[in-house]
Design a protein around this ligand. Structure first.
Ligand code: 1HS
Length: 258
């Protein structure tokens, strides 16, 4: 079988659930030689890795907090020791952070920036030298529609994802001359475990109501699925997107079209 990632070594953060799990398993199905499944939740990372191995792929589960520089260093030391290189990095891990500018706390702001912005920076920095030395690589960042339009009661999150988009463009300029492409996906809301508290809060404690209030913002008439975002990540990871770097790709059912 020929796959679009044949022989590649991929690292996916936040790969214990949702979009990250869908991407890690898709990358393996598309021929990745190994997928490092990184997640704060060790059991979840192990589940994703086990699913990949059960399907005949090679995976390594690594538990780490990507906002912590020491832990990020340990992750990539382990990946390089075990697999020798990194060809694809999907900076998928992220946290939600509710609250408007008037009620978000210092902690809300710090957490959003620690994971979404600093985590993306730390993981990218950790692979940049390996990728530039190899002369190739693809870094895919997880942005959000919240980086493209304002979202009510989501101030810290919007700002942190705006930072991810700006970081993507900056890294693309620095790394593309060395063969490393950097792009960012801006998904609309995807129904994952990460989203349930936010949807429930929006619905005044009623998840179904919050879901309906959110779905109405999407011209396509529904929220996204993890697999639909993983498919975009695969495209950006593969040579199919060989002329794309610094691109900001909305995958949002038309949410930002209007
Ligand atoms: C959390 C994810 O990045 C989406 S931000 C919320 C956008 S919306 O669906 O509430 O309009």
């Amino acid at each position: 079988m020929t796959g679009r990632l044949d022989g590649k070594i991929a690292v996916v953060t936040g790969a214990g659930s949702g979009i990250g799990r869908a991407a890690a398993t898709l990358f393996a199905r598309e021929g990745a030689a190994a997928v490092a499944v990184v997640d704060l939740a060790e059991a979840a990372a192990r589940e994703t890795a086990a699913a990949i191995e059960a399907a005949g792929g090679t995976a390594r589960a690594i538990s780490a907090d990507i906002s912590d520089p020491g832990q990020v260093e340990a992750v990539f030391d382990a990946v390089l020791r075990d697999f020798g290189t990194v060809d694809v990095l999907y900076n998928n891990a992220g946290v939600n952070s509710a609250g408007s500018v008037t009620d978000a706390t210092d902690d809300d702001w710090e957490r959003a920036f620690a994971v979404n912005a600093r985590g993306t920076f730390l993981c990218s920095r950790a692979v940049a030298r390996t990728m530039t030395a190899a002369g190739h690589g693809s870094i895919i960042n997880q942005g959000s529609v919240a980086a493209l339009v304002g979202v009510a009661n989501f101030a810290s999150y919007c700002a942190s994802k705006g930072a991810v988009v700006a970081l993507t463009r900056s890294m693309a300029i620095d790394l593309s001359p060395h063969g490393v492409r950097v792009n960012v996906i801006c998904p609309g809301t995807v129904y994952t475990p990460l989203m349930e508290p936010m949807l429930t809060a929006r619905g005044g404690g009623d998840l179904a109501r919050g879901l309906a209030m959110t779905t109405v913002k999407y011209p396509i008439g529904r929220l996204g699925t993890p697999e639909e975002i993983a498919a975009v990540a695969l495209f950006l990871a593969s040579d199919d997107s060989s002329f794309m770097t610094g691109s900001v790709i909305a995958a949002d059912g038309g949410m930002t079209a209007g």
